[in-house]
Write a protein that binds this ligand. Structure first.
Ligand code: SF4
Ligand code: SF4
Length: 393
């Protein structure tokens, strides 16, 4: 029996699923495959499961559902697929169908679906996936010497993790202030960018968040939106125009790109020497926009930083936190992060540097869980420490 009616989004992907020649090239760089080893955990295995679901010879067991959520959306399988299949689109399509089925109470016995529902409900109620109060979104501003204008050339879109965990938002704003950037934020009017609901297949919540945030950004009069979170960056830059069906009226930049602009105008001067051997970790959502060189160039500007690279860095591997995995299966996510930290230690790095709050959370959890002798540092913290004209709060 054919299941196309039950899985309308997946049915739209039928051609891509059929194109799979089962060669398994997509397994080579998949962090989930490396960790779990089962075929059903691999991208090829997922494609076979999906073919089975579509054609009616596969059933939606808890194990199948778990396999479909065991994915960080790192995109490595897409790069490796010789048939040119956009696997991420296929995996996103089934998540949309599963989410819609859950809204019809059809998967109420699934523990994973229950978690997905709970996370999306938090987003609908609190506008952040952490469950914190929306009015506490500006808690990071407390004790900071920042008086932001109502309108400005740049809006710093803070994002949930930087805002509620505070440190990353404070560092970014201190850097922008030290560079005399004409910036503001959306303050307590900002809501989650919708990255988590997007990856969990909740289209309605994602669209509402996109529409809301875009309206607030327009009101700010900004020409540029800067994020310190690659997840927010990817949503604002690539997904919002697709979701809302129109081009952005402003430029969207990751903070590493903005810092390069300041560097090229000779306005970013890293002076203090920080003696440290480091490995840089590429956040997946920056690699999707070919942002490899910018963070490395910034690191090389900091006196005393020794940047260690190995061949594995040429094939970025994931921190394990993306695609909602850190919220859905923290143990698996932490094991994946541990592997990356082992690479850094093998290289002789004293610290792993990255510029993504989700990667930092995943690596910090792994370093603590497995008692690993490595520091996890945000690139922006190094920049702020080294800035000639830094502002102390
Ligand atoms: S690499 Fe592409 S064609 Fe080969 S098994 Fe994976 S998805 Fe199928
Ligand atoms: S997106 Fe990444 S984690 Fe997901 S199946 Fe592909 S390689 Fe594996």
């Amino acid at each position: 029996m054919n299941n196309e009616k039950q899985f309308p989004n997946l049915s739209n992907m039928r051609d891509r699923i059929i194109e799979c020649v089962k060669c398994a090239f997509c397994k080579a760089d998949c962090v989930i495959s490396k960790e779990l080893l089962w075929e059903s955990a691999s991208p090829r295995g997922k494609m076979l499961l999906l073919r089975g679901l579509l054609d009616g010879f596969g059933t939606l067991t808890e194990k199948t559902i778990k396999s479909l959520y065991n994915c960080t959306f790192c995109g490595e399988c897409v790069k490796d697929c010789l048939a040119g299949i956009s696997l991420e689109d296929v995996f996103l399509a089934i998540r949309k169908d599963l989410f819609n089925l859950s809204q019809e109470n059809k998967l109420s016995e699934s523990a994973i679906i229950h978690k997905v529902d709970m996370l999306c409900q938090r987003l609908q109620e609190n506008y952040n996936p952490l469950g914190n109060l929306p009015e506490e979104r500006t808690i990071w501003e407390l004790g900071q010497d920042i008086k932001l204008p109502r309108t400005a050339e740049i809006v710093y879109f803070v994002g949930c993790m930087p805002a509620y965990y505070r440190k990353s938002a404070r560092t970014t704003s201190q850097i922008l202030k030290a560079l005399n950037a004409n910036f503001t934020t959306l303050g307590s009017s900002e809501r989650c960018c919708g990255s988590l609901s997007f990856f969990l297949g909740d289209e309605k919540t994602t669209k509402e968040l996109a529409h809301y945030n875009i309206t607030r950004i327009k009101e700010s009069g900004a020409k540029k939106v800067v994020t310190s979170c690659p997840g927010c960056f990817s949503m604002l830059k690539r997904e919002y125009p697709k979701i809302l069906g129109k081009k952005s009226e402003f430029e969207v930049m990751h903070i590493s790109e903005l810092l390069i602009e300041f560097l090229e105008k000779d306005q970013l001067h890293c002076k203090s020497e920080l003696n440290l051997s480091v490995m840089y970790h590429d956040p997946c959502e920056l690699t999707h926009f070919d942002i490899y060189e910018q963070p490395r160039r910034i690191l090389k500007e900091i006196p005393g930083i020794k940047l260690l690279e190995n061949s594995e860095n040429a094939t970025p591997t994931c921190c394990g936190g993306g695609g909602g995995l850190m919220s859905l299966d923290v143990n698996l996510s932490t094991k994946i992060a541990k592997r990356r930290l082992e690479t850094a230690l093998d290289l002789g790095a004293e610290a792993l540097i990255t510029c993504c709050p989700a990667c930092i959370a995943a690596f910090t959890s792994a370093a603590m869980e497995y008692n690993m002798p490595i520091k996890i540092i945000d690139l922006l913290d190094l920049v702020l420490q080294s800035l000639e004209n830094k502002i102390e709060n």
